[in-house]
Design a protein around this ligand. Sequence first.
Ligand code: ATP
Ligand code: MG
Length: 392
Amino acid sequence: MDALVAHYHEVGLKGRNRDFFEQQLAGNLKRALRGTGYNRVRRGFGRIVVDFDEGAPVEQAAERAARVFGVAYIGCGRRIEPALDEMERVGLELLGAEPFGSFAVRSRRTYSSFQMKSQDINVEIGQRFKDHTGARVDLTNPDTTIWIDLFGGAALIYRKRLVGPGGLPAGVSGKMLALLSGGIDSPVAAWRMARRGAEVEMVHFHGRPFTDPSSIRQAAELAEVLTRYQLQTVLHLVPLGNIQREVVTNAPSSLRVILYRRMMLRIAAQLAKEREAKALVTGDSLGQVASQTIENITTVDSALQEADGLQILRPLVGMDKQEIVDDAKRIGTYEISTRKYQDCCVLFEPRSPATRAYASQAEKAEAALDVEALVGKALAEIETRVLELPPP
Ligand code: ATP
Ligand code: MG
């Protein structure tokens, strides 16, 4: 193997928007492929093609490329002269010695890049493969497929095709700050916004000094998984333990979780301002747990002022738990999220949390707290880590 081709969905991409998208995607692919021995990355004809030095681990590089947001699929194979005899010769090499019962040839060409139509190429090359291998053509359920991609006087042929995550290249939608617990939902929420082109920074609240550091480890590992997709992640770790103790001693127990959440939101909003993030992201799903009734969500949100000028995005709000779990498995966070860890919210967890708390109740309870001082102290204690995609 000596080349990769990245395809993306072009729907809705026009003019300058498309140029920006392609440029960002090519840049992100370069970052993802750093250290794999790629030679150059070129864009054009609605594709991005990556050439490799001889002996480079191209298949491993393909797997890295196939996680980059914006990629619809990656073809991993060989660059050839756009000629039928070359397609036949290299195609047969790719098919190799292992026997197979059926195959398909699927070519794709940009307008006038080759004198024959795609369908005619498929028939011609298919016939030649058939003569050589004795295998039959099956277009609906072939054992193996050879793809031929023709564009602007060049061609790529491949047998290995990896499906990418789709979406938009990380960075095209600006920066957002995701509230990351150690659980199943919030990493999926962060991933979904990153897939829409956001550069997602994360903030995790831990119960130190009243909990062990297990939730920090948990958050760091989840952020690492997301880094495979967005290439770099800034993770902020905030101690919430002292604030929780204040809440426990001064406020009604049924409101504890709501008040923790309001404090988290206030701290996150300040942090977002410092980091120039345009929105907060949470993993709430309507009605999933007591704290996620629409009344409670409204009351939590009301801790933010209009002047904060921040959107709170909840990409999972209409999803079922099973759908979220399926996503988490696909992304690679599920196994980490289901480990045991000490979550700060279960610290001093009340026996009966309020399922419908109103803003007026929360505000009344907060009158007994020095909210501003507590927020300021937590902000001063933030630890920030930068995670990078590890070298291959
Ligand atoms: P998750 O699976 O993401 O933990 P959950 O179903 O447990 O979510 P809650 O515990 O009600 O739901 O949390 C709702 C959202 O609040 C989370 O998805 C997350 O965005 C945010 N959140 C909760 N706890 C924390 C925390 N310790 N640090 C940062 N964000 C948090
Ligand atoms: Mg949770």
